[in-house]
Structure formats: C-alpha cells, structure tokens
Ligand binder design. Structure first.
Ligand code: ADP
Length: 215
C-alpha cells in the first residue's frame, strides 16, 4: 500500500508541487520500494526452514538449467559465459538447489570486473576430491564449487559475508540487500552441508558448498 500510493503521488503530482516536494516524493518511492524488497528477501530467508519441500531425487543438470534460465537477462547483458561439469543426481530439495545455484551465479555476474564474467560450476564426491573440506564437514556427499573471475573478496571479509545484511559495498556501487549468501548458507545447512569461499582480491572467487548424501 505504502509503495503503491507514493508511486501514485509521484506519477500524478510530479512537477505540480515545488522541487522540494518532487525530491521528497522520490526519496519516499525509493525507500518504500527498498522496504518491499527487503521484506521479500527476509521472507525468502525465513522460509528456507519453514516452507522447505520434502527431499526427492533430483537432477542437478536440470536445476542448473533452471537457474541459468532465471538469470537469462543478467547473463545476456554482461556477456557472461557459464559452464559446468557433469552434475550428479542427488536427493535434495529441488527448488532450494536452484536457488543456491542462482544466488551464487548471480553474484558472480554482479561482482564482475571489466571483462565478461566466466563462471564455472563443478561438482565432485567428497570422498574423491582434492578440495580442502573443512574438518567439521560431513564426509559423505557432494562438494560443489562456483568459480568466477570477478572482483574477489579481501581475506578479512570471507566469513562475515554469509551473515544476514552483511555487504561490502554501498547500494550505489552494487544493488542488493545482503541476504543472498545467508539464504545459501541456510539451504546448505538444511542439506547437512556447509558453505565457504576462497578468493583472491582482483582475480576472482570460488564459493564451495557441500550437500550430504541421504541414505
Ligand atoms: P548482496 O549480493 O545482496 O549484496 P549477498 O549476501 O549475496 O548480498 O552477498 C554479500 C556480499 O558478499 C556482497 O555484497 C559482496 O560484497 C560479497 N560477494 C558475494 N558474492 C561475491 C562474488 N562472487 N565476488 C565478490 N564478492 C562477492
């Protein structure tokens, strides 16, 4: 209601009041729109636990295709090239895996450098990978990685970015509400897994997450 009515005010009265009024209405529209986006993002975060679907056998290739289709506009606009290894079938919540892929690939596009983004999704069994898995992680399941050639992350921030509302940039630099990675963390945890990142500032980042194998 608030967003709709201030938008209506802006549409009907722009130029009819004084310039201060125009400016105030612009701020009100901007604030209300952001409030709406924030509430939607918070709802998405809280629903990872409360509205999660039952786990079923899913094809990660299909989940990847779905995520890429959802990011079609961003991929085309940025000239991103998104590639992937052969991806497994596994027992999981399909829409949450799509969301995980989409958030990580979406970030890899958003936090790009001058050159077109190159993003690669890999997957391996935890038992037969050379990837350093955190000691506390599960030992049966899959480890996925999303590698990009973007702006990278300074070492002191690699943990806090998974917290809710944690952002390293202003809204003017990059859009967003700082909830995407917190959602990813919650989804990985719901699947018995973890999420972490390795990064070289100015060169790129690789986000890893694990998914436990359901018997
Ligand atoms: P948002 O994208 O809305 O800011 P996220 O929770 O998805 O929120 O990400 C939190 C922060 O982590 C981002 O603001 C950004 O600073 C950093 N970040 C996330 N993904 C990447 C990436 N692929 N490359 C560089 N920085 C990243």
């Amino acid at each position: 209601m608030v967003a709709s009515y201030v938008q209506l005010l802006a549409k009907r009265y722009e130029g009819k009041l004084d310039s201060d009024a125009d400016e105030f209405i612009t701020y009100a529209v901007d604030g209300a729109t952001r409030m709406q986006q924030l509430i939607n993002a918070l709802l998405a975060y809280s629903r990872v636990g409360s509205r999660g679907k039952n786990f079923q056998l899913i094809d990660c290739e299909t989940a990847f295709d779905h995520a890429v289709a959802n990011l079609k506009v961003a991929i085309e606009e940025s000239g991103a090239v998104v590639t992937h290894d052969t991806l497994p079938m596994m027992v999981a919540d399909n829409s949450q895996i799509v969301q995980l892929f989409q958030n990580l690939i979406g970030n890899a596009i958003k936090f790009r450098r001058q050159e077109p983004p190159r993003i690669h999704l890999s997957c391996a069994g935890i038992e037969d990978t050379a990837i350093q898995i955190p000691k506390s992680a599960i030992n049966k399941g899959w480890v996925f990685s999303v590698k990009d050639n973007g702006i990278g992350i300074e070492p002191e921030h690699v943990e806090r970015i998974f917290g809710i509302f944690q952002r390293l940039h202003t809204r003017e630099q990059y859009s967003g509400s700082g909830i995407g990675l917190a959602v990813c963390k919650k989804i990985a945890q719901r699947h018995g897994g973890q999420i972490w990142v390795e990064s070289k500032p100015g060169e790129g980042s690789t986000f890893y997450f694990t998914i436990s194998k359901q018997e």
